[in-house]
Ligand binder design. Structure first.
Ligand code: ATP
Ligand code: MG
Length: 275
């Protein structure tokens, strides 16, 4: 069913994210979290950020999401300022903790962003049914979050992030708390969702195989100050067309090695504090 939804976006050709010379200094803490970050994420592209703890991955995501402001440089989201993109609901966000409201049903959690933006009740209900179907949880709309497993809650958080049909998903270690089996299932599910929605994704992870499986390109960051060390393109075909079998492909392993080597090149000497 097609909804008449004023926030439905047309197919994007403009780059999803263009960061030019972006820096972020936390003055009070005297920390330069990011320094001279240049990054382009194309429409529909899946890009992962990987790097040691404290290298500024979450900071970069927060700047893109307009949850904080850069100290220098410029950021464009679909050719607009980060603030305008936020106002236009161009992106959805999913973080490590699902962050569902325990007193609302699963469906009411998914509908929350639509409710906040004044969508009529019937449209909200239609959209949450569509999304529950998309994440394979059609029968759970009237349940409460604490009746669901961690993996199911994360799928609901992803459904909520997709509620307003964003052309960009910002995900910060969304599968970090899941067991390995569930995590792999979620990764496969995410590639399917990306294929269906055509959304670009900026995805933060500490897992090299996860980054390799999901991404068109893996951005390796180095700490102090946070910089882009290397960008490794994944020679595995378009990310959204990959199946589970690719995890056993020799090219997959060589990509894992390429990312690991890039990470180690950027690693500080032993004993250096990364934070
Ligand atoms: N609000 C803040 N105030 C002061 N310093 C901050 C703030 N947020 C982040 N930092 C500092 O900026 C640096 C980058 O932090 P950030 O959270 O972006 O790292 P990260 O790469 O996401 O790390 P992790 O992998 O552990 O999540 C760190 O040194 C951190 O201490
Ligand atoms: Mg982080």
């Amino acid at each position: 069913m097609t909804l008449h939804n004023p926030s439905v976006k047309s197919v994007q050709t403009t780059d999803a994210v263009v960061a030019t010379g972006v820096s972020k200094v936390f003055d009070a803490a005297g920390v330069t979290a990011l320094d001279g970050v240049d990054l382009v994420v194309r429409a529909g592209e899946f890009v992962s950020l990987i790097g040691p703890s404290g290298c500024g991955k979450s900071t970069l995501l927060r700047l893109i999401a307009d949850l904080d402001e850069p100290s220098g440089g410029t950021l464009q989201i679909f050719g607009k300022s980060a603030k305008q993109a936020r106002i236009d609901q161009d992106y959805g966000i999913a973080f490590q903790q699902a962050g569902l409201l325990p007193w609302r049903t699963v469906a009411a959690n998914i509908e929350l962003p639509l409710e906040l933006h004044g969508f009529p009740k019937a449209q909200r209900a239609d959209r949450s049914r569509e999304l529950l179907d998309l994440v394979g949880l059609s029968d759970f709309g009237q349940r409460y979050p604490d009746e669901l497993s961690g993996g199911m809650q994360q799928r609901i958080a992803i459904a909520r992030a997709l509620a307003e049909k964003p052309n960009l998903l910002l995900m910060d270690e969304p599968f970090g708390a899941l067991d390995e089996m569930t995590r792999e299932r979620m990764q496969t599910e995410l590639t399917r969702i990306c294929a269906e929605t055509g959304a670009a994704v900026v995805f933060v992870t500490h897992s090299i195989p996860e980054a390799v499986f999901l991404s068109d390109r893996v951005v390796v960051m180095s700490p102090r100050p946070g910089r882009i060390e290397t960008v490794v393109p994944m020679a595995l075909g378009p990310a959204h067309e990959r199946g589970d079998q690719i995890r056993e492909d020799p090219t997959f392993f060589s990509m894992v090695t390429a990312v690991r080597e890039a990470l180690h090149q950027g690693a500080p000497a032993r004993g250096t504090d990364n934070r």
